[in-house]
Structure formats: C-alpha cells, structure tokens
Ligand binder design. Structure first.
Ligand SMILES: Cc1cc2nc3c(=O)[nH]c(=O)nc-3n(C[C@H](O)[C@H](O)[C@H](O)COP(=O)(O)OP(=O)(O)OC[C@H]3O[C@@H](n4cnc5c(N)ncnc54)[C@H](O)[C@@H]3O)c2cc1C
Length: 423
C-alpha cells in the first residue's frame, strides 16, 4: 500500500499549489490525477466537458484545466473584500501566487489589433477598460490565440510548472490514477483507486481534495455526511457575440487581452470558431471582412447542483438571464460602434468554464478552512468559492489553496505533537 503524509487528489489549480507548499515544507506528498501527463502542447486532447444543460468545459490531465486556460490571472478588490468578510485575508497569498506564476499585464506590443479596436471604442464610450494580467511568458508567446488548446510554445505558466518543480523536491506524482472510494480511519484516510486498470490502495494522514468543483463533491460525500455538499454550483456562464466588420479579426492574437468589469458581468475581446456556424446558418457572407466578437461572462447565482450520484445540474435563474441580457446589450453597443451590422450579429450557445461553489467556505467548509466533523480532510479547489464570481477564478483558487496548505501543515504538526504526548 502507498503511504504518505498527504495525498492530494487532482493536480489542477488548487492541487498543484497545495502540493508545492507542502513539498517545500518537507512533507511526503503523493499527488494523484485521473488524467495523463500529456503536457501543455497536447492538453486539448484531455478536454472533458461535463454533460448538463449548460456545457461545462474542463480538462482532465496532469495540470488540470490550467493547461487550457487563457492565462488570465485576475482578482478584483470586490472579491478580496468578499473573502475578507468570511474572515480570510488573501493579500499576501495573492502577491505570492502572482510572483510564482509570473503574472504581468499583456504588453502593448502584444495587444492584438482587434483588442486595440475594442479598447478604442470602449474608451470613446467612456467605459473603463483594463489590460488583462496573464501568467504568460510573453517573450515566448507567438500570439497564436490558441491558449485554450494548450500552448504550442509552452509559453503559459500553469500548474504543470509548479508540479515539475515539486518533482525535483520529492513529490510523488501518480497520473491516470482515478480515485474511486475514500474511507476515514482513526489515524488517517484510505484511498482506493484504479491506475492503468489495476486497483490501488493508498493511505495518508491528511487528504486534500482538489478534483475540481464537479468531482470533489462526489468524493467528499463518501466521507462526510452533509446534504449541502454539491449545492451552490456556479459556472460563470458565457457567450461570445459577434459579426463581420471592416477591421482586424478577433480570431488572431492573444484572447481576452483586455476587459471591462460591470460587477455582475464582464466583457472581453474573444473569438469562438462556433460563430462561423451561426454566420453560415444565417446566410451571412463575410469572406472579405474580419470578425469582431466579444465574450460576455456572467456572475451567476450558483443554483446548480452536483448530486451524490454524479449527475450535474446547471441552472440559469431569471436573475442570471437578466444579467446576460444586460451584457448582450452592452456588447452589442460596442459591436455596432465597431461597424458590425445589427442584422449580422450572431452568438454562440451558453457555456461555462468556471465550475465552483460546491463545497463553499462558510457553507460546507468552515471559515477556518477545516471541515467540521471531518478531521484530516481538506478541500483546495474551485469548490471553495462561494458564488457569485463572474471573473477568471485561477488567482483566487491558487491563493485559497496557499491558505489551505497552511492549515494542512498545522494539522500534521498537531498530530505529531499528540503522538509524542501519547508515547
Ligand atoms: C478553456 C478554458 C479557459 C480558461 N481560462 C481561464 C483563465 O484564463 N483564467 C482563469 O482564472 N480561469 C480560467 N479557466 C478556469 C480555470 O482553469 C479553472 O477554474 C481552474 O483550473 C479550476 O481549478 P481546480 O483546481 O478547481 O480544478 P482543475 O484545474 O480542473 O483540476 C482538477 C483535476 O482533478 C482531476 N480529477 C478529477 N476527478 C478525479 C478523481 N476522481 N481522481 C483523480 N483525479 C481527479 C482532474 O483530472 C483535474 O486534473 C478556464 C477554463 C477553461 C475550460
């Protein structure tokens, strides 16, 4: 049987940061992931959208969904204040993550031509438009706009960078290890899983669940009896709205290079190939014109559910739909300013790429980041985030994961002292 101080389930945004912290403090950490170690270049093959009324995008491989992220690393003061209201100050962790992930704003010379047009019209309309901070090595980035496929140049800093550093410092990484069952014992947790077709058992003093907001609740319900687990699922629903115009196409260059924050939704220059199908269906010929397109991302109320049997129910409430409608209205104004014809504007279907909230702080997980009545088990992924969010969550998840790692360290040290006292 494999044994460790800590087993971390899931190697994405949350799991990589917890592993990084604990390995650096000298703990024996085993990091398991259901997906393979495919690397950034082949990450697109590991897309594993969840089936529900809203298509929820995620990636299952070593490094998790960070490998297909656009590298946006954004946290607003409003979010920091909301987390502070739960008794959790995050400033130091945010700084630390930004250094670790080398976060910088998109440099002027890397701004794609369409993003520049978006910024111009937004400013002309007196809107406050910001340049997006990203965890991208811009000296390597070729601006192909294919971040969501992985990265052909490996120019994004992702969970994989942290994991590679940890491997040199003693981390044990088990890829293609699907965790199936969990059992709590008086002195730790037993994990049962399947790795390349073989059944494996592992034991740890502390367990960190970081399998993402759609999987963590399924695992947590096995060892913790709380009907609130899996509730509050939000996905930050988004659509991309656009049409042809006489200008540079949004398809080229770094995506989401700028944004406008409206609190309950955000707008950002973004292209989706799905627009082509909608244009064709509408009979719009755009051979000699570029496409202007804008993403509208909504901070939904979080009324979805991950049921214990794994069924994922996503919901857009009336309020969410109203916010989306407002967002469409604002995006449309900008598109019309850019010269897109009203009758040629099309939209993608609603998708979600930020599932979260299913073991939220102050709801399932206590404000001190422990789980009441479930000693030695911690959550460190997007499940922790209480809705609504409506912004790229990576920086928040990673900062919270830093805090969780600290709690795990305290827990293990307390256990060691208790053991010494007993002896
Ligand atoms: C296309 C796309 C672009 C995005 N761009 C951005 C962006 O620019 N900025 C931003 O902030 N956010 C972005 N996001 C969202 C962000 O990537 C996710 O919110 C974040 O990665 C979630 O982190 P996590 O730790 O909760 O889960 P993940 O990163 O999804 O990691 C979970 C891991 O757990 C593993 N796992 C699941 N179940 C099991 C099991 N039973 N046993 C073992 N392992 C398991 C999975 O294989 C996976 O690797 C994007 C998402 C998508 C889909």
């Amino acid at each position: 049987m494999i044994s460790a101080d800590v087993i971390v389930v899931g190697s994405g945004a949350g799991g990589s940061v917890v592993s990084y912290n604990l390995v650096n403090q000298g703990f024996k950490v085993v990091l398991v992931d259901a997906g393979g170690d495919v690397g950034s270049e082949r990450a697109r093959e590991s897309f594993h959208p969840a089936l529900s009324s809203i298509e929820v995008l995620r990636c299952m491989c070593v490094g998790g969904t960070t490998l297909v992220s656009l590298g946006n690393m954004l946290i607003t003061n409003a979010i920091i204040e909301r987390i502070r209201a739960l008794g959790i100050g995050l400033e130091n962790e945010v700084d630390e993550v930004c250094k670790l992930m080398r976060v910088t704003k998109v440099p002027q010379d890397k701004l794609p031509p369409f993003a520049k047009r978006f910024i111009e019209v937004a400013k002309e309309s007196s809107l406050r438009v910001e340049i997006m901070p990203k965890s991208i090595d811009f000296s390597q980035c070729i601006g192909c706009g294919k971040c969501a496929y992985g990265c052909p140049k490996n120019a994004k800093y992702t969970a994989l960078n942290l994991i590679r550093m940890c491997l040199q410092r003693g981390l044990v990484l088990l890829s293609r290890f699907v965790v199936k069952r969990l059992h709590r014992q008086h002195d730790g947790v037993i994990i049962e899983g399947v790795m390349d077709g073989s059944k494996i058992r592992a034991k740890c003093k502390a367990l960190v669940l970081a399998a993402g907001a759609l999987e963590t609740p399924k695992l947590l319900t096995q060892i913790h009896d709380d009907e609130k687990i899996g509730r509050n699922l939000f996905v930050d629903p988004f659509i991309t709205l656009g049409g042809p115009y006489n200008g540079p196409s949004a398809a080229y260059g770094i995506q989401m290079a700028a944004y406008i924050d409206y609190d309950d939704f955000m707008l950002s220059p973004h292209y989706s190939g799905l627009l082509q199908f909608q244009l064709a269906a509408k009979g719009v010929d755009h051979k000699d014109r570029g496409i202007a397109s804008i993403m509208i991302k909504v901070a939904d109320e979080g009324k979805g559910i991950v049921w214990p049997n794994g069924i994922i129910e996503t919901r857009m409430t009336k309020k969410d739909l109203k916010i989306l409608e407002n967002g469409i209205g604002e995006a449309k104004k900008l598109l019309l300013e850019l010269g897109v014809k009203d009758e040629e504007i099309v939209a993608t279907h609603v998708r979600g790429a930020h599932p979260g909230g299913t073991a939220a702080i102050g709801y399932v997980v206590s404000r001190d980041l422990t789980i009441n009545g479930c000693d030695g088990v911690f959550v460190a992924d997007a499940s922790l985030i209480p809705p609504p969010l409506g912004k790229p969550p990576l920086l928040l998840i990673m900062s919270l994961a830093m805090k969780v790692a600290e709690k795990v360290r305290e827990y293990l040290q307390k256990k060691d002292v208790e053991k010494l006292n007993d002896a």
